[in-house]
Design a protein around this ligand. Structure first.
Ligand SMILES: [Zn+2]
Length: 117
């Protein structure tokens, strides 16, 4: 048999697929479960997970960012303290608006002095 005959003999694409799944296997591989989550603000979201994956006990609410749980009547409590604060938030805690205005005025005066205005 020559090489060209061997290639023709494979009949690529024309043979039935040997690894086709049985109906039972197929239903297992696509098994999904949908879990609803509620946050403390009453937002409801649903997420679908593969059946063989551990469903997380909480999910961050996509609308307000609070943790949401699968129990509608008892959603996770919002965090007591915000884990992250911006620098500005810290400054606002320490300074009143009057302080801020005074500091800003000072800063502007310093900049103007440096520029020779
Ligand atoms: Zn929410």
């Amino acid at each position: 048999m020559t090489a060209s005959n061997a290639i023709r003999g494979t009949r690529v694409g024309s043979s039935p697929v040997r690894w086709a799944e049985s109906p039972a296997d197929r239903s297992e591989t696509v098994a999904r479960r949908t879990v609803g989550y509620w946050c403390a603000n009453g937002h409801h979201t649903e997420h679908t997970f593969a059946a063989d994956v551990a469903v997380p006990s909480t999910w961050d609410c996509p609308r307000c960012g609070l943790p949401a749980g699968p129990d509608e009547a008892n959603p996770p409590a919002p965090p007591q303290s915000e884990p992250y604060k911006t620098h500005l938030a810290y400054v606002k805690e320490r300074r009143s608006d009057e302080d801020a205005a005074a500091i800003l005025a000072e800063a502007i005066a310093r900049v103007r002095a440096r520029r020779g205005e």
